[in-house]
Design a protein around this ligand. Sequence first.
Ligand SMILES: NC(=O)c1ccc[n+]([C@@H]2O[C@H](COP(=O)([O-])OP(=O)(O)OC[C@H]3O[C@@H](n4cnc5c(N)ncnc54)[C@H](O)[C@@H]3O)[C@@H](O)[C@H]2O)c1
Length: 445
Amino acid sequence: MSKRDNLAKIAIIGLGFVGLSLTAVLASKGYKTIGIDVDKLKCNKISQGNSTFFEPKLEKMLRDGLKKDLVISNNFSLINDCDYIFVTVGTPQRSNGAIDLSMIKKAVTSIGEIIRHSKNNPIILIKSTVIPGTMQDIILPILEERSNKKAGKDFGLISNPEFLQESSAIKDTIYPHVIVLGGYKTKFMKKMQSFFHKLHPNIPIIITNHQTSEMIKYANNSFLATKISFINQLSSICQNIPGANIDDIATTIGLDPRIGKQFLNAGPGYGGSCLPKDIKALINFSDKAGIKPTLLHAVEKTNENQLEQIIKLIKKIIGKDSGVQISVLGTAFKPDTDDIRDSISVELIKKLLVLKNKSKIIVYDPKAMNNTKKLFEDKIRYAKSISESIKNSKIIILMVNWKEFQGLNNNSFKKSSRVKIIDCRRILADKKFDADYYAIGIGRE
Ligand SMILES: NC(=O)c1ccc[n+]([C@@H]2O[C@H](COP(=O)([O-])OP(=O)(O)OC[C@H]3O[C@@H](n4cnc5c(N)ncnc54)[C@H](O)[C@@H]3O)[C@@H](O)[C@H]2O)c1
Protein backbone atom coordinates (compact mmCIF):
# COMPACT_ATOMS: atom_id res chain seq x y z
CA MET A 1 0.00 0.00 0.00
CA SER A 2 1.43 3.42 -0.93
CA LYS A 3 1.66 6.21 1.64
CA ARG A 4 -1.07 8.19 -0.13
CA ASP A 5 -3.46 5.23 0.01
CA ASN A 6 -2.59 4.70 3.61
CA LEU A 7 -3.94 8.17 4.30
CA ALA A 8 -7.28 7.33 2.71
CA LYS A 9 -10.05 7.25 5.28
CA ILE A 10 -12.64 4.59 4.68
CA ALA A 11 -16.09 4.11 6.20
CA ILE A 12 -18.12 0.92 6.07
CA ILE A 13 -21.85 1.28 6.79
CA GLY A 14 -23.46 -1.92 8.12
CA LEU A 15 -21.34 -4.35 10.14
CA GLY A 16 -22.87 -7.69 9.22
CA PHE A 17 -21.14 -10.59 7.45
CA VAL A 18 -20.02 -8.50 4.49
CA GLY A 19 -19.36 -5.19 6.25
CA LEU A 20 -17.48 -6.53 9.25
CA SER A 21 -15.29 -8.77 7.08
CA LEU A 22 -14.37 -5.79 4.88
CA THR A 23 -13.84 -3.54 7.90
CA ALA A 24 -11.53 -6.04 9.59
CA VAL A 25 -9.49 -6.67 6.42
CA LEU A 26 -9.04 -2.97 5.53
CA ALA A 27 -8.22 -2.02 9.12
CA SER A 28 -5.71 -4.84 9.51
CA LYS A 29 -3.98 -3.59 6.34
CA GLY A 30 -3.51 -0.23 8.02
CA TYR A 31 -6.24 1.90 6.42
CA LYS A 32 -7.90 4.46 8.65
CA THR A 33 -11.19 2.63 8.89
CA ILE A 34 -14.51 3.51 10.50
CA GLY A 35 -17.13 0.81 10.90
CA ILE A 36 -20.65 2.18 11.39
CA ASP A 37 -23.77 0.28 12.39
CA VAL A 38 -27.15 1.46 13.68
CA ASP A 39 -27.06 -1.30 16.32
CA LYS A 40 -25.30 0.20 19.35
CA LEU A 41 -24.95 -3.12 21.21
CA LYS A 42 -23.37 -4.67 18.14
CA CYS A 43 -20.93 -1.74 17.92
CA ASN A 44 -19.95 -2.15 21.59
CA LYS A 45 -19.27 -5.84 21.16
CA ILE A 46 -17.24 -5.32 17.98
CA SER A 47 -15.23 -2.47 19.58
CA GLN A 48 -14.07 -4.97 22.18
CA GLY A 49 -12.74 -7.26 19.46
CA ASN A 50 -15.67 -9.69 19.50
CA SER A 51 -17.54 -10.61 16.37
CA THR A 52 -21.33 -10.89 16.55
CA PHE A 53 -21.24 -14.06 14.45
CA PHE A 54 -18.85 -16.94 13.87
CA GLU A 55 -16.56 -16.57 10.87
CA PRO A 56 -13.14 -18.25 10.73
CA LYS A 57 -10.18 -15.81 11.09
CA LEU A 58 -12.47 -12.78 11.51
CA GLU A 59 -11.86 -12.00 15.17
CA LYS A 60 -8.09 -12.16 14.83
CA MET A 61 -8.21 -9.76 11.92
CA LEU A 62 -10.63 -7.47 13.77
CA ARG A 63 -8.36 -7.35 16.81
CA ASP A 64 -5.35 -6.58 14.56
CA GLY A 65 -7.39 -3.71 13.11
CA LEU A 66 -8.43 -2.38 16.51
CA LYS A 67 -4.75 -2.20 17.49
CA LYS A 68 -4.23 0.05 14.43
CA ASP A 69 -6.58 2.76 13.20
CA LEU A 70 -10.02 1.17 13.41
CA VAL A 71 -12.97 2.94 15.00
CA ILE A 72 -16.38 1.29 15.47
CA SER A 73 -19.38 3.49 16.16
CA ASN A 74 -23.08 4.10 15.63
CA ASN A 75 -22.36 7.78 15.05
CA PHE A 76 -22.76 8.58 11.35
CA SER A 77 -21.15 12.01 11.65
CA LEU A 78 -17.75 10.27 11.81
CA ILE A 79 -17.95 9.60 8.07
CA ASN A 80 -17.80 13.36 7.41
CA ASP A 81 -14.18 13.38 6.19
CA CYS A 82 -14.04 9.91 4.68
CA ASP A 83 -12.70 9.40 1.17
CA TYR A 84 -14.50 6.13 0.47
CA ILE A 85 -17.81 5.02 1.96
CA PHE A 86 -18.84 1.38 1.46
CA VAL A 87 -22.51 0.54 2.05
CA THR A 88 -23.03 -3.04 3.23
CA VAL A 89 -26.43 -2.97 4.93
CA GLY A 90 -28.89 -5.84 4.49
CA THR A 91 -31.36 -6.08 1.61
CA PRO A 92 -33.63 -8.85 2.93
CA GLN A 93 -36.53 -10.50 1.20
CA ARG A 94 -40.12 -9.32 1.36
CA SER A 95 -43.00 -11.80 1.31
CA ASN A 96 -43.59 -11.29 -2.45
CA GLY A 97 -39.93 -12.14 -3.19
CA ALA A 98 -38.90 -8.54 -3.91
CA ILE A 99 -36.04 -7.08 -1.87
CA ASP A 100 -36.67 -4.76 1.05
CA LEU A 101 -34.80 -1.53 0.36
CA SER A 102 -35.74 0.22 3.61
CA MET A 103 -32.30 -0.24 5.23
CA ILE A 104 -30.36 0.92 2.22
CA LYS A 105 -32.65 3.93 1.76
CA LYS A 106 -32.09 4.89 5.39
CA ALA A 107 -28.33 4.39 5.12
CA VAL A 108 -27.94 6.52 1.99
CA THR A 109 -30.25 9.17 3.47
CA SER A 110 -27.90 9.42 6.46
CA ILE A 111 -24.85 9.53 4.17
CA GLY A 112 -26.46 12.26 2.03
CA GLU A 113 -27.20 14.41 5.06
CA ILE A 114 -23.63 14.11 6.33
CA ILE A 115 -21.91 14.84 3.01
CA ARG A 116 -24.15 17.90 2.53
CA HIS A 117 -21.90 19.71 4.99
CA SER A 118 -18.65 17.98 4.05
CA LYS A 119 -15.85 19.64 2.07
CA ASN A 120 -14.73 16.23 0.81
CA ASN A 121 -15.69 14.63 -2.49
CA PRO A 122 -16.23 11.11 -1.20
CA ILE A 123 -16.82 8.02 -3.30
CA ILE A 124 -19.82 5.97 -2.19
CA LEU A 125 -19.68 2.29 -3.10
CA ILE A 126 -22.80 0.15 -2.83
CA LYS A 127 -21.90 -3.42 -1.92
CA SER A 128 -25.38 -4.50 -0.84
CA THR A 129 -27.14 -6.67 -3.41
CA VAL A 130 -29.77 -4.58 -5.18
CA ILE A 131 -31.96 -5.27 -8.18
CA PRO A 132 -30.98 -3.56 -11.50
CA GLY A 133 -32.10 0.05 -11.62
CA THR A 134 -31.86 0.63 -7.85
CA MET A 135 -28.75 2.79 -8.11
CA GLN A 136 -30.11 4.95 -10.88
CA ASP A 137 -33.73 5.20 -9.75
CA ILE A 138 -33.50 5.14 -5.95
CA ILE A 139 -30.03 5.52 -4.44
CA LEU A 140 -28.71 8.30 -6.69
CA PRO A 141 -31.82 10.55 -6.33
CA ILE A 142 -31.83 10.13 -2.52
CA LEU A 143 -28.14 11.00 -2.29
CA GLU A 144 -28.39 14.02 -4.58
CA GLU A 145 -31.49 15.33 -2.84
CA ARG A 146 -30.17 14.87 0.72
CA SER A 147 -26.69 16.18 -0.01
CA ASN A 148 -27.74 18.93 -2.41
CA LYS A 149 -24.74 17.80 -4.46
CA LYS A 150 -24.27 16.16 -7.85
CA ALA A 151 -23.17 12.57 -8.36
CA GLY A 152 -20.18 12.36 -10.69
CA LYS A 153 -19.14 15.90 -9.84
CA ASP A 154 -19.28 16.41 -6.08
CA PHE A 155 -19.24 12.76 -5.06
CA GLY A 156 -18.66 9.41 -6.74
CA LEU A 157 -21.28 6.67 -6.80
CA ILE A 158 -20.21 3.17 -7.74
CA SER A 159 -21.96 -0.17 -7.65
CA ASN A 160 -19.51 -2.71 -6.23
CA PRO A 161 -21.28 -6.06 -5.69
CA GLU A 162 -19.82 -8.53 -3.23
CA PHE A 163 -19.17 -12.22 -3.98
CA LEU A 164 -17.76 -13.50 -0.69
CA GLN A 165 -18.97 -16.74 0.84
CA GLU A 166 -19.62 -17.07 4.54
CA SER A 167 -17.13 -19.48 6.15
CA SER A 168 -14.40 -18.13 3.84
CA ALA A 169 -15.36 -14.45 4.08
CA ILE A 170 -11.91 -13.24 5.16
CA LYS A 171 -10.08 -15.19 2.48
CA ASP A 172 -12.59 -14.05 -0.14
CA THR A 173 -12.27 -10.42 0.98
CA ILE A 174 -8.48 -10.53 0.73
CA TYR A 175 -8.43 -12.57 -2.49
CA PRO A 176 -11.68 -11.91 -4.40
CA HIS A 177 -11.95 -13.62 -7.79
CA VAL A 178 -13.13 -10.38 -9.43
CA ILE A 179 -13.86 -6.73 -8.67
CA VAL A 180 -16.89 -5.24 -10.37
CA LEU A 181 -17.21 -1.46 -10.56
CA GLY A 182 -20.44 -0.13 -12.02
CA GLY A 183 -21.05 3.51 -12.80
CA TYR A 184 -20.02 6.42 -14.98
CA LYS A 185 -16.43 6.65 -16.24
CA THR A 186 -15.50 9.64 -14.08
CA LYS A 187 -12.37 10.62 -12.13
CA PHE A 188 -13.96 8.77 -9.20
CA MET A 189 -14.08 5.54 -11.18
CA LYS A 190 -10.39 5.94 -12.10
CA LYS A 191 -9.56 6.49 -8.44
CA MET A 192 -11.39 3.35 -7.34
CA GLN A 193 -9.85 1.31 -10.14
CA SER A 194 -6.42 2.28 -8.91
CA PHE A 195 -7.40 1.68 -5.26
CA PHE A 196 -8.60 -1.86 -5.99
CA HIS A 197 -5.67 -2.58 -8.27
CA LYS A 198 -3.30 -1.80 -5.39
CA LEU A 199 -5.42 -3.67 -2.85
CA HIS A 200 -5.80 -6.78 -5.02
CA PRO A 201 -2.99 -6.87 -7.62
CA ASN A 202 -3.65 -9.31 -10.52
CA ILE A 203 -7.38 -9.61 -9.81
CA PRO A 204 -9.54 -8.75 -12.85
CA ILE A 205 -11.46 -5.49 -12.52
CA ILE A 206 -14.62 -5.24 -14.60
CA ILE A 207 -15.81 -1.72 -15.25
CA THR A 208 -19.37 -1.40 -16.47
CA ASN A 209 -22.50 0.64 -15.87
CA HIS A 210 -24.65 0.57 -12.72
CA GLN A 211 -27.41 -1.69 -13.99
CA THR A 212 -25.07 -4.27 -15.52
CA SER A 213 -23.07 -4.41 -12.33
CA GLU A 214 -26.26 -4.94 -10.31
CA MET A 215 -27.34 -7.67 -12.72
CA ILE A 216 -23.93 -9.43 -12.55
CA LYS A 217 -24.56 -10.23 -8.88
CA TYR A 218 -27.94 -11.82 -9.66
CA ALA A 219 -26.50 -13.67 -12.64
CA ASN A 220 -23.79 -15.07 -10.41
CA ASN A 221 -26.05 -16.30 -7.62
CA SER A 222 -28.80 -17.62 -9.85
CA PHE A 223 -26.23 -19.61 -11.82
CA LEU A 224 -24.87 -21.11 -8.60
CA ALA A 225 -28.40 -22.04 -7.49
CA THR A 226 -29.00 -23.57 -10.92
CA LYS A 227 -25.87 -25.70 -10.58
CA ILE A 228 -27.06 -26.95 -7.18
CA SER A 229 -30.55 -27.76 -8.42
CA PHE A 230 -29.07 -29.51 -11.46
CA ILE A 231 -26.92 -31.84 -9.37
CA ASN A 232 -29.78 -32.35 -6.90
CA GLN A 233 -32.11 -33.42 -9.68
CA LEU A 234 -29.47 -35.85 -10.93
CA SER A 235 -29.04 -37.14 -7.38
CA SER A 236 -32.77 -37.95 -7.22
CA ILE A 237 -32.42 -39.89 -10.46
CA CYS A 238 -29.38 -41.72 -9.06
CA GLN A 239 -31.38 -42.81 -6.02
CA ASN A 240 -33.43 -44.90 -8.42
CA ILE A 241 -30.41 -46.56 -10.03
CA PRO A 242 -29.15 -49.28 -7.66
CA GLY A 243 -25.53 -48.54 -6.72
CA ALA A 244 -25.33 -45.22 -8.59
CA ASN A 245 -23.27 -42.59 -6.77
CA ILE A 246 -23.82 -38.88 -7.37
CA ASP A 247 -20.41 -37.90 -5.99
CA ASP A 248 -18.54 -39.92 -8.63
CA ILE A 249 -20.69 -38.26 -11.26
CA ALA A 250 -20.16 -34.76 -9.82
CA THR A 251 -16.40 -35.26 -9.48
CA THR A 252 -16.13 -36.45 -13.06
CA ILE A 253 -18.26 -33.78 -14.73
CA GLY A 254 -16.54 -31.20 -12.50
CA LEU A 255 -13.22 -32.08 -14.16
CA ASP A 256 -14.58 -30.72 -17.42
CA PRO A 257 -13.28 -27.13 -17.39
CA ARG A 258 -16.49 -26.03 -19.09
CA ILE A 259 -18.41 -27.19 -16.02
CA GLY A 260 -16.06 -26.70 -13.04
CA LYS A 261 -16.11 -28.65 -9.81
CA GLN A 262 -17.71 -26.17 -7.39
CA PHE A 263 -21.36 -26.12 -6.33
CA LEU A 264 -21.89 -29.71 -7.44
CA ASN A 265 -22.45 -31.16 -3.98
CA ALA A 266 -25.83 -32.83 -3.95
CA GLY A 267 -27.74 -32.35 -0.73
CA PRO A 268 -31.02 -31.30 0.84
CA GLY A 269 -31.17 -28.12 -1.27
CA TYR A 270 -29.60 -24.68 -1.28
CA GLY A 271 -30.27 -22.28 1.59
CA GLY A 272 -28.60 -19.35 3.33
CA SER A 273 -29.12 -15.63 3.29
CA CYS A 274 -28.23 -15.12 -0.39
CA LEU A 275 -29.19 -17.79 -2.95
CA PRO A 276 -32.91 -18.21 -2.06
CA LYS A 277 -33.36 -14.45 -1.64
CA ASP A 278 -31.50 -13.47 -4.80
CA ILE A 279 -33.22 -16.01 -7.05
CA LYS A 280 -36.62 -14.92 -5.71
CA ALA A 281 -35.76 -11.25 -6.32
CA LEU A 282 -34.68 -12.03 -9.90
CA ILE A 283 -37.92 -13.96 -10.53
CA ASN A 284 -39.91 -11.04 -9.14
CA PHE A 285 -37.96 -8.59 -11.29
CA SER A 286 -38.33 -10.73 -14.46
CA ASP A 287 -42.09 -11.07 -13.89
CA LYS A 288 -42.41 -7.31 -13.66
CA ALA A 289 -40.33 -6.95 -16.85
CA GLY A 290 -42.73 -9.34 -18.64
CA ILE A 291 -40.16 -12.15 -18.99
CA LYS A 292 -41.32 -15.58 -17.81
CA PRO A 293 -38.33 -16.92 -15.83
CA THR A 294 -39.16 -20.59 -16.48
CA LEU A 295 -35.66 -21.87 -15.76
CA LEU A 296 -35.42 -19.95 -12.48
CA HIS A 297 -38.83 -21.31 -11.41
CA ALA A 298 -37.61 -24.83 -12.17
CA VAL A 299 -34.48 -24.22 -10.07
CA GLU A 300 -36.66 -23.18 -7.13
CA LYS A 301 -39.10 -26.05 -7.61
CA THR A 302 -36.26 -28.58 -7.71
CA ASN A 303 -34.96 -27.10 -4.47
CA GLU A 304 -38.35 -27.47 -2.79
CA ASN A 305 -38.66 -31.05 -4.05
CA GLN A 306 -35.34 -31.93 -2.49
CA LEU A 307 -36.65 -31.17 0.99
CA GLU A 308 -40.02 -32.75 0.21
CA GLN A 309 -38.38 -36.08 -0.60
CA ILE A 310 -36.62 -36.06 2.78
CA ILE A 311 -39.91 -35.33 4.56
CA LYS A 312 -41.59 -38.12 2.57
CA LEU A 313 -38.92 -40.58 3.67
CA ILE A 314 -39.24 -39.47 7.30
CA LYS A 315 -43.02 -39.90 7.17
CA LYS A 316 -42.57 -43.38 5.70
CA ILE A 317 -40.18 -44.35 8.49
CA ILE A 318 -42.43 -42.92 11.23
CA GLY A 319 -45.48 -44.72 9.83
CA LYS A 320 -48.24 -44.67 12.44
CA ASP A 321 -45.89 -44.21 15.42
CA SER A 322 -46.20 -41.06 17.45
CA GLY A 323 -43.71 -39.25 19.67
CA VAL A 324 -40.76 -40.55 17.62
CA GLN A 325 -37.50 -38.79 18.52
CA ILE A 326 -35.78 -37.29 15.49
CA SER A 327 -32.23 -36.00 15.72
CA VAL A 328 -31.26 -33.24 13.30
CA LEU A 329 -27.49 -32.89 13.00
CA GLY A 330 -26.55 -29.43 11.73
CA THR A 331 -28.76 -26.34 11.66
CA ALA A 332 -26.35 -23.78 10.10
CA PHE A 333 -26.86 -23.24 6.38
CA LYS A 334 -23.38 -24.69 5.75
CA PRO A 335 -20.36 -25.82 7.79
CA ASP A 336 -18.05 -23.29 9.50
CA THR A 337 -20.73 -20.70 10.11
CA ASP A 338 -23.35 -20.08 12.79
CA ASP A 339 -25.67 -18.40 10.28
CA ILE A 340 -29.07 -20.12 10.13
CA ARG A 341 -30.80 -17.53 7.93
CA ASP A 342 -32.88 -19.47 5.37
CA SER A 343 -31.02 -22.63 6.32
CA ILE A 344 -32.57 -25.72 4.74
CA SER A 345 -32.22 -27.49 8.07
CA VAL A 346 -34.39 -24.83 9.72
CA GLU A 347 -36.97 -25.37 6.96
CA LEU A 348 -36.85 -29.10 7.67
CA ILE A 349 -37.44 -28.58 11.40
CA LYS A 350 -40.37 -26.23 10.69
CA LYS A 351 -41.94 -28.91 8.51
CA LEU A 352 -41.32 -31.67 11.08
CA LEU A 353 -42.97 -29.56 13.77
CA VAL A 354 -46.26 -29.50 11.90
CA LEU A 355 -46.39 -33.24 11.17
CA LYS A 356 -49.40 -34.91 12.82
CA ASN A 357 -47.30 -37.56 14.59
CA LYS A 358 -45.98 -35.06 17.13
CA SER A 359 -42.35 -36.11 16.77
CA LYS A 360 -39.83 -34.96 19.36
CA ILE A 361 -37.03 -33.06 17.72
CA ILE A 362 -33.56 -32.77 19.16
CA VAL A 363 -30.82 -30.84 17.38
CA TYR A 364 -27.08 -30.42 17.55
CA ASP A 365 -24.84 -28.02 15.66
CA PRO A 366 -21.19 -27.28 16.53
CA LYS A 367 -21.64 -23.48 16.21
CA ALA A 368 -25.25 -22.51 15.53
CA MET A 369 -26.96 -23.61 18.77
CA ASN A 370 -27.55 -20.09 20.12
CA ASN A 371 -29.14 -18.87 16.91
CA THR A 372 -31.23 -22.05 16.70
CA LYS A 373 -32.43 -21.60 20.30
CA LYS A 374 -33.43 -18.01 19.59
CA LEU A 375 -35.53 -19.19 16.66
CA PHE A 376 -37.23 -22.32 18.00
CA GLU A 377 -37.15 -21.59 21.76
CA ASP A 378 -38.82 -24.49 23.62
CA LYS A 379 -40.42 -26.05 20.53
CA ILE A 380 -37.48 -28.43 20.17
CA ARG A 381 -34.69 -29.83 22.37
CA TYR A 382 -31.03 -28.90 22.18
CA ALA A 383 -28.22 -31.42 22.68
CA LYS A 384 -24.77 -30.50 23.96
CA SER A 385 -23.07 -33.11 21.81
CA ILE A 386 -23.64 -35.42 18.86
CA SER A 387 -23.96 -38.41 21.20
CA GLU A 388 -26.62 -36.71 23.32
CA SER A 389 -28.53 -35.86 20.16
CA ILE A 390 -28.51 -39.39 18.73
CA LYS A 391 -29.16 -41.17 22.04
CA ASN A 392 -32.77 -42.47 22.02
CA SER A 393 -33.41 -41.05 18.55
CA LYS A 394 -35.12 -43.30 16.06
CA ILE A 395 -34.28 -41.16 13.06
CA ILE A 396 -30.99 -39.32 12.61
CA ILE A 397 -30.75 -36.80 9.83
CA LEU A 398 -27.33 -35.46 8.82
CA MET A 399 -28.10 -32.10 7.26
CA VAL A 400 -24.78 -30.22 7.30
CA ASN A 401 -21.33 -31.45 6.35
CA TRP A 402 -19.62 -30.44 9.61
CA LYS A 403 -16.23 -32.13 10.02
CA GLU A 404 -17.25 -33.27 13.51
CA PHE A 405 -19.96 -35.51 12.03
CA GLN A 406 -17.43 -37.48 10.00
CA GLY A 407 -16.38 -39.28 13.18
CA LEU A 408 -19.71 -41.10 13.48
CA ASN A 409 -19.53 -44.85 12.94
CA ASN A 410 -21.45 -48.03 13.72
CA ASN A 411 -20.43 -47.85 17.41
CA SER A 412 -21.98 -44.40 17.75
CA PHE A 413 -25.44 -45.91 17.21
CA LYS A 414 -25.01 -49.06 19.35
CA LYS A 415 -27.20 -47.67 22.13
CA SER A 416 -30.06 -46.69 19.83
CA SER A 417 -32.13 -49.62 18.64
CA ARG A 418 -33.69 -49.85 15.14
CA VAL A 419 -32.19 -46.52 14.20
CA LYS A 420 -32.57 -45.09 10.69
CA ILE A 421 -29.93 -42.72 9.36
CA ILE A 422 -30.73 -40.23 6.60
CA ASP A 423 -27.46 -38.81 5.33
CA CYS A 424 -28.18 -35.77 3.17
CA ARG A 425 -24.46 -35.14 2.57
CA ARG A 426 -23.14 -38.74 2.18
CA ILE A 427 -20.78 -38.06 5.09
CA LEU A 428 -20.92 -41.69 6.21
CA ALA A 429 -21.41 -43.30 2.81
CA ASP A 430 -18.20 -45.35 3.00
CA LYS A 431 -18.96 -46.87 6.42
CA LYS A 432 -20.84 -50.06 7.25
CA PHE A 433 -23.84 -49.78 9.55
CA ASP A 434 -26.14 -52.23 11.26
CA ALA A 435 -28.68 -49.40 11.18
CA ASP A 436 -30.80 -48.65 8.14
CA TYR A 437 -28.84 -46.10 6.10
CA TYR A 438 -30.28 -43.85 3.38
CA ALA A 439 -28.06 -41.44 1.50
CA ILE A 440 -29.26 -38.67 -0.78
CA GLY A 441 -27.81 -39.33 -4.23
CA ILE A 442 -26.93 -42.99 -3.78
CA GLY A 443 -29.12 -45.71 -5.28
CA ARG A 444 -29.98 -48.38 -2.69
CA GLU A 445 -28.98 -51.87 -3.81
N1 LIG B 1 -23.84 -12.71 3.71
C1 LIG B 1 -23.29 -13.00 2.55
O1 LIG B 1 -22.71 -14.06 2.37
C2 LIG B 1 -23.34 -12.01 1.40
C3 LIG B 1 -22.50 -12.22 0.29
C4 LIG B 1 -22.55 -11.30 -0.77
C5 LIG B 1 -23.43 -10.24 -0.73
N2 LIG B 1 -24.26 -10.08 0.36
C6 LIG B 1 -25.17 -8.92 0.37
O2 LIG B 1 -24.55 -7.93 1.19
C7 LIG B 1 -25.54 -7.22 1.95
C8 LIG B 1 -25.25 -7.36 3.43
O3 LIG B 1 -25.39 -8.73 3.77
P1 LIG B 1 -25.00 -9.26 5.24
O4 LIG B 1 -25.22 -10.73 5.20
O5 LIG B 1 -23.67 -8.73 5.60
O6 LIG B 1 -26.15 -8.55 6.10
P2 LIG B 1 -26.32 -8.56 7.69
O7 LIG B 1 -27.77 -8.61 7.92
O8 LIG B 1 -25.44 -9.60 8.29
O9 LIG B 1 -25.74 -7.15 8.13
C9 LIG B 1 -26.32 -5.93 7.81
C10 LIG B 1 -25.91 -4.92 8.88
O10 LIG B 1 -26.39 -3.64 8.51
C11 LIG B 1 -26.82 -2.95 9.69
N3 LIG B 1 -27.71 -1.88 9.29
C12 LIG B 1 -29.00 -1.93 8.92
N4 LIG B 1 -29.46 -0.71 8.60
C13 LIG B 1 -28.44 0.15 8.77
C14 LIG B 1 -28.26 1.55 8.58
N5 LIG B 1 -29.26 2.31 8.14
N6 LIG B 1 -27.08 2.10 8.86
C15 LIG B 1 -26.06 1.35 9.32
N7 LIG B 1 -26.14 0.01 9.50
C16 LIG B 1 -27.31 -0.58 9.23
C17 LIG B 1 -27.47 -4.06 10.52
O11 LIG B 1 -27.56 -3.70 11.89
C18 LIG B 1 -26.51 -5.23 10.26
O12 LIG B 1 -25.47 -5.26 11.21
C19 LIG B 1 -26.88 -7.78 1.49
O13 LIG B 1 -27.39 -7.00 0.46
C20 LIG B 1 -26.52 -9.17 0.99
O14 LIG B 1 -27.44 -9.65 0.05
C21 LIG B 1 -24.22 -10.92 1.43
